[in-house]
Design a protein around this ligand. Structure first.
Ligand code: LMR
Length: 406
């Protein structure tokens, strides 16, 4: 019965981790999966997380009971405030805890399949590969909108806007809220306004994927700019979806802490309340059939951080620690390449933001980096800058210099 089942290739991102762990060379550099590392190359448990964990351990009421189907209310409300702002209009927002950002996208895909069938889901070209897998896994049709112009290493705004214009009315556009993965290139404020105005004209539904809030500028509120502008512009016409991950910005990678938010179009108070109740029931059914109820431990930690003023302050400072170290690594890498006289212009490394740089190295160069220098990154040329530190950045620059000249 199973003899002819296709053997699929391994996941490109997680296979990098596997190859690296099997590599016995003494010097190896992991620029693969987007996960923050400290200056000694080690995973970093945020000080705000350590404090929240010790608070939880001391709580005499702590237990491992089930959460409600929609998740821990103090967590989902705190998550909504983090992305929408403290004064968000909760009468129009339904928030459901999810298995990190991937789980939130999966809830979105199931919801679209059931409530909005037949709509095309537009993804940026390029995007995080799992986007396509998640939506197509629910039998939704995906298409691409132009995003990265490889020759200018900038946003392909005209092509992007053209696609928004020509897409069937009411299509779904997945937008990276900030710190675009893989390019590290975000629209400017003016470009966001143009993009969102066009979405309004065509009654498109915007789905913001917010996996890196805080990594673009170091400031969680500034990084919510596009989402908040989107909510204002799209308020009357269309729902907005937000898929929010706390994997990176709270460093809770393996705990899978996330939230799906559905913002309904603004009508009268009565209609809003009744639409919200119906949609909440639909989302509850999706969650119940998939995970029954979401995992509690990580959500309790994040909720403690979001709802305790001094821990929240510490978290904002932790975010600055992470984003400024990454930024300093961008500059050091660019400066070393310039000093080495590596052919090409490397300014895009410092112009990009978030965890990644789209280095413009070719797949052949990336392969040579791995084979000859044990420097691992995605074949598209995406490097997780968080994997650089004072001890390896010159080594990586010299390795890049060698493969570029080869
Ligand atoms: C990445 O793009 O490296 C991360 O989002 C990790 C993942 O789950 O793919």
């Amino acid at each position: 019965i199973f003899n002819n089942v296709e053997h699929l290739p391994p996941d490109a991102l997680f296979d990098i981790k596997k190859r690296l762990s099997q590599d016995t060379r003494p010097v190896k550099v992991d620029l693969g999966i987007g996960a923050y590392r400290d200056n000694s190359g080690k995973p970093w448990v945020l000080p705000s997380v350590r404090s929240a964990e010790s608070q939880l351990q001391k709580d005499p009421n702590f237990n491992h009971e089930y959460l409600p189907i929609a998740g821990l209310p103090s967590f989902t409300t705190g998550a909504a405030k983090t992305i929408f702002g403290d004064d968000y209009d909760s009468t129009r927002v339904i928030s459901v805890q999810s298995i990190s950002g991937t789980g939130a996208l999966h809830i979105a895909a199931k919801f679209i399949e059931k409530i909005l069938p037949g709509r095309i889901v537009y993804l940026s070209n390029p995007t995080w590969p799992n986007h396509k897998a998640i939506f197509e896994g629910q039998r939704l049709t995906t298409a691409q909108y132009p995003y990265w112009n490889a020759s200018t290493k900038s946003l392909q705004l005209d092509g992007f806007l053209d696609t928004v214009k020509t897409a069937p009315e009411g299509s779904i556009f997945v937008l990276h809220a900030c710190a675009h993965n893989p390019t590290g290139l975000d629209p400017s404020k003016d470009q966001w306004a143009q993009i969102l105005d066009k979405m309004v004209e065509k009654n498109h539904i915007v789905l913001f994927d917010s996996a890196y809030q805080g990594f673009a500028t170091g400031d969680l509120d500034r990084d919510a700019y596009a989402v908040r502008l989107g909510l204002t512009k799209l308020q009357k016409v269309a729902p907005v979806f937000v898929c929010q991950s706390f994997a990176k910005n709270v460093g809770m990678y393996g705990e899978r802490v996330g939230c799906f938010h559905l913002v309904i179009p603004d009508q009268s108070v009565e209609i809003n309340a009744s639409v919200k109740a119906s949609l909440s029931s639909q989302l509850a059914k999706i969650v119940r059939s998939e995970v029954s109820n979401p995992p509690a431990y990580g959500a309790k930690i994040v909720s403690t951080i979001l709802n305790t003023p001094e821990l929240n302050k510490q978290w904002h400072a932790d975010m600055v620690t992470m984003s400024s170290r990454i930024n300093s690594m961008r500059h050091q890498l660019r400066d070393h390449l310039v000093e080495l006289g590596t052919p090409g212009n490397w300014d895009h490394i410092v112009g990009q933001c978030g965890m990644f740089s789209f280095t413009a190295l070719t797949p052949e160069m990336v392969q040579r980096l791995e084979q000859n220098h044990a420097v691992y990154m995605v074949s598209s040329g995406r490097a997780s800058i968080a994997g650089l530190n004072e001890g390896n950045v010159l080594y990586v620059a010299k390795a890049i210099d060698e493969v570029v000249r080869h």
